[in-house]
Every structure is written in C-alpha cells, then in structure tokens.
Design a protein around this ligand. Structure first.
Ligand code: NAD
Length: 487
C-alpha cells in the first residue's frame, strides 16, 4: 500500500510570525479531487489577536515617509517576481487554473500591484482654495483610516488579495486580510517574504479560514473601520448588514452578468477569438467574463458557426499542461452548479451548440476525479431565462440575436448587475452612444480586459459599491479632512 501523502499545513501570519490554529479545514486540488492542504479554521480569537497586532503597528507604519513605504513595497514586488514560478505552480494547483494563466496573469499582476501602488502613492495631491473676502484659506489633508479588513475570493487569489493589501498599506493603514478558504496557499507563501521586504510585524496580518467564521469576525470587529471586499453579491449583502451598526467604510466589488454586443460592422477576425477568451478565460471564473453575447441579425449565423468552431479548439485538461486552455473548476459543488444551468437551458428549449452534454471530454488518467467541464455555448435562450439573468461564473456563455441599437441597449441593461460590457463595432459614433448608455462600470470596445490601473474599476447596480484604482483606492483607504485658516 502506498504511504499517505504528507499534507501541506498552513498557519496564520500574525504580528510578523506564523502561528498555528486550534482547528483546520481541508483544501482540495481541483484537478484531482484530492485533499492536499489544511487551512487554519480561524475565528474570533485569532482575529482579536490580529487586531491587537495591527493596532500596535499602526502608529509607526503610518508615520513612515511615503518614500520609505514605497521602497519596502517595491522590494516585496521584487521578491514575488523572483519566486514567480513557485507562486505560479502553487496558484495553479490550488485553484485549478492553467499554469500558463498563473504564470502570465495572476502572479505578474500580484507583484505589479505592489509596484504600481508603491509608485502611485508618491503622486497624489490634496486640494487647496482661497476665500479672500473672509481672509481664509482652505486645504485638505488625507490620513490613513486605521486597520483595514480585506476579504477576497478564490478566482484570482493572490492577484485580488494584493490589489487590496497594496493600496491599504501604501496609504499607511495596517491590515487584517483573509483570502478564500479554498485558495489560501499563495497568500501564505507571500507571508514568508513580508519580513524580508522590510514590512514590520503587525502591518500585514493574514488570518485564514471560512467566511462565516474568520470573515464574519473581521467584518463585525468594532476596531476595523474599513472593509474592502471582493466576492459574491449575496455575501456582500450580509457584510453590509453586519457593518452597518459600526458605520464602516465599505468597498464592494461583486458579481457580473456581462454582455458583449456585436454589431454587423464588427471585425469578426478580432472579435471571435477575443470573445471566446472573454467567455472562457480562467474557466469563465473571472467577474469580467462575458456571459451574454448579443449578435446583430445579419451576421448571426456566420458568428455562431465561427464562434463554436473557435470554442472547440480550446483544450481542457491538466492545469500543468502548457498546451491546455482551460483547467479545472474550483470545486465539485461549483462544477455541479454550472452543469445544472446547462440542464435548465436544455429543459427550456435552448440549443446547446458545443461542450457539456454535446462533446466528449477526454482527461488524463490522473485527472479523472478533477472538476472539469468543456467550454459550452448555448443559443436561443430567452432573456428571462436564469442562464441570461444569473451570474454563473463558469465556462458557459449564451448567444442571442438582436436587430436594433435601441433594442440591444435595453436588453443588455435588463439584468440586476452592472459590472462590465464589451462593444464590437467600427462605427465610432455608435460606440460612444452605446457605451454611454450601458449600465456598466467598465466598457471595452473592440477589445477585452485591457486594464489601466490608474482609472476607476468597479461596478454599478448589484455589481458593487465604490471603485478601485490609483486615485479611487487612495480615497477609499484614507479619510479626508478640510482645514480652514484665517489670516
Ligand atoms: P464569496 O462571496 O463566496 O466569498 C468571497 C470571500 O468572502 C471569501 O474569502 C469568503 O470566505 C468570504 N466570506 C464568505 N461569507 C462571508 C461572511 N459572511 N462574512 C465575511 N466574509 C465572508 O465569493 P466567491 O465564491 O469566493 O467568489 C466568486 C464571486 O466573486 C463571484 O460572484 C465573482 O463575480 C466575484 N468577483 C468579483 C470581482 C470584482 O472585482 N467585481 C472579482 C472577482 C470575483
């Protein structure tokens, strides 16, 4: 009999030290279905200790010069980049994403988040105005808020956690961060680098565990005045209620049901591969992924044929195989949930054009128990269908046809979400008209996921409250004060 494999055991990182927890939860490798790691099941007690550490570290950290904080953050970026391959391997194993995606997107961006905020923090200005008739001068100052509670999801684990930690500490706050209990490994690996980068004990504390225990303890703690959360709309609603009695500052980055609108003058050679990518990148587990594709009638048949052909080229398999386009989905439950949407669509009379239930999925021997699904395209779905209304967050996209600009704007806006949208057209006037009227925090034209970190990121309606980005994050992670001087 083969000896049992040793499990990786993570520890909380509080006050600059790794500390064990009294209980642990299992974490699975999505590509095999095996438990491979144990994650601390922290709760109120661990969060209380982290709050004490963050409180004690605040005065010294917030008093450091911007240049000093910036240098430390650049050093941390260097260290992550130095270990990029180890981080990428770990992210791919923990989340199920392809090694290629982890190597080219997640980890480079995690390092860049520190580099970006290390630079942007040096360039903000405050306001000043004079009131001569009163002999007064007014100006604003910005100060860090205090202890920031940062909670992130499982789809882009280190990328999204560092997108919060970096602006929080650059602005002079100390933090208590909690990654998803399903993808905690890279955050734990990063803790090993914090001291080497020069981040003092207590400035970054990472408490691992579930939402209802560890997450809830952070959100409900009266000494944590600010919560930055990325995750589902349902959890955000709960966080909002829990935070309300404490008047916490909230930034909520939530789900989407993102449309792509493809007009008859679109360049299909660019549009089709990009829309396949926008639908299925990272197994469709990106909040910005396209899940409703509106195609104008005159090009509908051609688009559909070519889109399905292109989708079928995407290979699904072991995340460590560099030729694979899609790896495993995060969990067995999530896989079942996404497959259920396909069943519902079929029951409603929609056509499943490729993928789940249509094509066969051949997996390597070691991956037979992993959580895999083929990229799936559905057509002839009604706008009222749950597949067109609810966030599915998996490799499933719906294609429907439209006739007029006015009609498609109304239908694209006809969901509760408002995160991102994509327009494909070569008519500049139309692009401006449509982009302005779409209810989405981000609109890409003739491209997808081209990010400019200086500009605001976030959603409207049920997709969130607040924006992130250089200036937006700085404003969120600081308090502003107006000072008036009479002379
Ligand atoms: P989730 O809401 O289930 O969990 C997100 C985080 O919140 C996890 O760390 C979880 O442990 C924690 N949590 C859960 N319950 C909690 C509670 N009661 N109190 C405090 N914390 C709690 O979301 P998920 O399934 O991990 O992630 C997928 C969702 O995230 C999707 O809806 C996706 O669209 C969204 N998302 C949004 C963005 C964006 O920038 N808008 C980016 C990525 C993902």
């Amino acid at each position: 009999m083969a000896a049992p494999k040793t499990l990786l055991v993570l520890e909380n990182f509080i006050n600059g030290k790794f500390v064990p927890c009294s209980s642990y939860i299992d974490s699975y490798d999505p590509s095999t279905g095996d438990v491979y790691c144990r994650v601390p099941d922290s709760g109120k007690e661990e969060v209380e200790i982290a709050v004490t550490a963050a409180r004690d570290a605040f005065l010294s950290w917030s008093s450091k010069s911007l240049q000093e904080r910036s240098q430390i953050m650049n050093k941390l970026a260097d260290l992550i980049e130095h270990d990029l391959e180890a981080f990428a391997q770990a992210e791919s194993k923990d989340q199920g994403k392809t090694i290629t995606f982890a190597r080219t997107v997640d980890i480079p961006r995690a390092a860049y988040n520190f580099r970006f905020f290390a630079s942007s923090i040096l360039h903000h200005t405050t306001e000043c105005t004079q009131m001569d008739y009163m002999d007064c001068m007014h100006y604003t100052v910005r100060t860090p808020v205090g202890i920031a509670g940062l909670i992130s999801p499982w789809n882009l684990p280190l990328h999204l956690l560092t997108w919060k930690i970096a602006p929080a500490i650059a602005s002079g706050n100390t933090v208590i961060a909690k990654p998803s209990e399903m993808t905690s490994v890279t955050a734990w690996m990063m803790c090993k680098l914090l001291g080497r980068a020069g981040i003092p004990p207590g400035v970054v504390n990472i408490v691992f565990g579930t939402g209802p225990k560890a997450g809830e303890a952070i959100v409900s703690h009266p000494e944590v005045p600010l919560i930055s959360f990325t995750g589902s709309t349902l959890t955000a609603q709960h966080i909002k209620e829990r935070s309300a009695p404490h008047w916490k500052k909230l930034s909520l980055e939530l789900g989407g049901k993102n449309p792509a609108i493809i007009f008859e003058d679109a360049n299909l050679d660019q549009c089709i591969p990009t829309t396949v990518r926008s639908s299925f990148a990272n197994q469709g587990e990106i909040c910005l992924c396209t899940s409703r594709i509106f195609v104008q009638r005159s090009i509908y048949n051609e688009f559909l044929k070519r889109f399905v052909e292109e989708t079928r080229k995407w290979k699904v398999g072991s995340p460590s195989d560099p030729t694979v386009s899609m790896g495993a989905m995060i969990s067995k439950e999530h896989l079942e949930k996404v497959k259920n949407y396909v069943k519902k669509a079929r029951a409603e009379g929609a056509r499943i054009l490729c993928g789940e239930g249509v094509d066969s999925l051949a997996l390597p021997t070691g991956n037979q128990n992993g959580y895999f699904m083929l990229p799936t395209v559905i057509a002839e779905v009604k706008d009222e269908s749950c597949c067109m209304q609810e966030e599915i967050f998996g490799p499933l996209t719906c294609v429907v046809l439209f006739d007029t600009e006015e009609e498609v704007i109304k239908r694209a806006n006809g969901v509760k979400y408002g995160l991102a949208a994509t327009i494909w057209s070569s008519n500049v006037g139309r692009v401006h008209r449509v982009a302005k009227r779409l209810q989405a925090g981000l609109v890409w034209t003739n491209c997808w996921l081209v990010r400019e970190l200086n500009l605001p990121f976030g959603g409207m309606k049920a997709s969130g409250i607040g924006r992130e980005g250089a200036k937006a994050s700085y404003e969120f992670f600081t308090e502003v004060k107006t000072i008036t001087i009479k002379h």
